[in-house]
Ligand binder design. Structure first.
Ligand code: ATP
Ligand code: MG
Length: 570
């Protein structure tokens, strides 16, 4: 590609509203332009990267026996009504009407469509297993579209659905996808971790998220620091190690203490001179059905996902002032479990074994001290209901957990019979018995992966593409375009590298060399080939590695092999 023919409008300054580095660099390097919130034009450079990521995905899906198909983005409401998701999906679903006033949705995901397809076409065990996938635009009216391609409202996703006869089959499909995802993100040159994630309240299904490790990640993950153990979990899911049983002797007498205006754990701790971990934090939550009290140690936070799963409800929200007063008789900041009536009490494992703790007294400006569970109040459910923190022991091996930020680039999920049951996708087994098809779903955000790659690979000068997904392998820069010898040599190199199967940009613009160098760094192709005066006199070509800034002089005749060799490492 010649730079004079390429639409890659680079910008000196980053637009002010771009918060993360991938967003800034994609705009500055001329890869994307915004059309609306979370909706972008992908310019030619971006399309080249997207195609490379898609190609890697295709190869790995096909390697596992996946078959590519293409389903409609425009989906009739009837299918969503049949699965029940027309009502529960909420405002994230883009909805529209056709000229006959019929309801449609733009696909945010394709379980309804594919399950209906399989319902119609598969009826015997002989047709299973099946792995079907597509790569196409998805639509989600995200509450906060942001960070450029990271959280768009229109984005490109690969979604694969597996159909099996039984749980064993599903396990095989799941492991195939786990392996495929690992290979895909490795081949893309990313540092990532598969982490256990929460599968929701719908019952023991397994799910992993593939997280690219980067400071700007919206997710928090905990992983075991010991090299021997590979435990890693989304913080929503990470399990605490049961606290050691405490010997329950030396129980002191419970007593009331005035705590004027002390509402936060910190204020109570300071005023009473009691460590936060010896205070019981009592939080009132409301579900769609009831109010509940949740107890965690004063230095801990409630994990609302664990709470949701414990209660098996649809939503949990912190109760407002009015509910707090109604339930406890006191204002916010003085709730406690002692004497609390008519409400379920859920205590974290650590609270169950606490002794002589402080807790709110359900009276304004008063706390109890020397509160002991069992003796002073009873607990309805004792369970792990708190957030696990950096430095805590690993639930697998007991070594330390470390917290890191991650970008979710993919997720694999065992669906079981959820959709096949709702939509009636069944097959006849070997004995002629009707059985529901067992499903899994597996997504990769293609455009998000492109952004995540930049989050991990950049410096002050611009993007540094891993060679496997770079838009071009190299940029060829004639230093002085007025010098006929230099331009002719650059042209010759351009033709030779193309013949060797290499993709390059020939920067044939009549710009100063400095401008071209800057743009080359910004766009971030792995190699820069500079054709200057020396190239002509000494027949040595300067090749510079974008990532390290190292330059090597290569004899002109060895250029192709040297470039191919260098790319292997990048
Ligand atoms: P998130 O929790 O980040 O909203 P999700 O769990 O809803 O994502 P999935 O339904 O698992 O996403 O979709 C599969 C993949 O699609 C994700 O792993 C992610 O890479 C990508 N993806 C999801 N939502 C978006 C979005 N709004 N913009 C870009 N990519 C997205
Ligand atoms: Mg997900």
């Amino acid at each position: 590609m010649r730079a004079t023919e390429l639409l890659a409008p680079t910008l000196r300054e980053a637009p002010a509203d771009a918060e993360v580095v991938s967003h800034r660099l994609l705009l500055r390097a001329g890869f994307i332009r915004r059309v609306a919130a979370g909706v972008y034009n992908y310019l030619p450079l971006a399309v080249r990267v997207i195609k490379k990521i898609e190609q890697i995905i295709r190869e790995e899906m096909d390697r596992q026996g996946g078959q590519e198909l293409l389903m409609p983005i425009l989906q009739p409401a009837e299918l969503w009504q049949e699965s029940g998701r027309w009502d529960v999906y909420g405002p994230e679903l883009f909805r529209l009407k056709d000229r006959h006033d019929r309801d449609f949705a733009l696909g945010p995901t394709h379980e309804e469509i594919i399950t209906t397809l399989v319902r119609g076409e598969v009826n015997s065990y002989k047709q299973l297993p099946l792995l079907l996938y597509q790569i196409q635009n998805k639509y989600r009216d995200e509450r906060r579209p942001r960070f450029g391609l990271m959280r768009g409202r229109e984005f490109i996703m690969k979604d694969l659905y597996s159909f099996d006869r039984d749980e064993e089959g599903l396990q095989i499909s799941y492991l195939k996808m786990h392996e495929a995802y690992t290979r895909i993100f490795q081949r893309c040159g990313l540092r990532f971790r598969p982490v256990e994630a929460d599968s929701g309240a719908i019952g023991g299904s397994e799910t992993h998220e593939f997280m690219v490790l980067a400071e700007s990640g919206e997710a928090s993950v905990l992983f075991c620091e010991s090299g021997a153990c590979d435990y890693a979990a989304n913080v929503e899911r990470a399990a605490q190690v049961s606290p050691p049983e405490k010997v329950k002797d030396n129980l002191k007498n419970i007593a009331e203490k005035e705590t004027p205006d002390c509402r936060t754990i910190e204020e109570v701790s300071q005023f009473l001179g009691i460590a936060a971990q010896d205070i019981i934090k009592t939080l009132l939550y409301e579900t769609e059905a009831e109010a509940v009290a949740v107890l965690v140690r004063g230095d801990r936070d409630v994990n609302e996902i664990k709470l949701l799963n414990t209660l098996g409800c649809l939503r949990v929200n912190l109760a407002g002032e009015e509910t707090i007063r109604k339930v406890t008789g006191a204002s916010r900041g003085f709730s406690g479990p002692v004497g609390l009536k008519g409400i379920k009490i859920i205590a974290d494992l650590e609270v169950a074994s606490i002794i002589n703790a402080a807790a709110g007294a359900n009276k304004d400006n008063i706390h109890w001290i020397n509160v002991n569970p069992g003796r002073d109040f009873s607990i309805d459910i004792i369970t792990d209901v708190r957030m696990v923190e950096d430095g805590e022991p690993c639930p697998c091996c007991g070594q330390k957990l470390k917290e890191a930020r991650g970008i979710e680039v993919g997720q694999i999920f065992k669906l079981g019979i959820k959709y096949s049951k709702l939509l009636g996708a069944t097959y006849l087994d070997e004995g002629g018995k009707v059985k529901p098809v067992i499903m899994g779903c597996y997504g990769i955000g293609v455009t998000r992966t492109m952004a995540a790659a930049i989050e991990q690979n950049n410096d002050q000068d611009g993007i540094i593409w891993p060679a496997a997904i770079a838009p071009f392998h190299a940029v060829i820069i004639p230093v002085n375009t007025k010098d006929a010898g230099q331009t002719a040599l650059a042209e010759a190199i351009y033709a030779r590298l193309a013949a060797a199967g290499l993709e390059t940009i020939l920067d044939d613009r009549a710009e100063r060399a400095g401008v071209k160098f800057k743009d080359a760094d910004l766009i971030g192709c792995p190699l820069r080939i500079t054709v200057g005066a020396k190239a002509l006199t000494e027949r040595q070509i300067e090749v510079r590695v974008r990532r390290t800034g190292e330059t090597t002089m290569i004899p002109e005749e060895k250029l192709e092999s040297a470039v191919l060799e260098l790319l292997k490492e990048l």
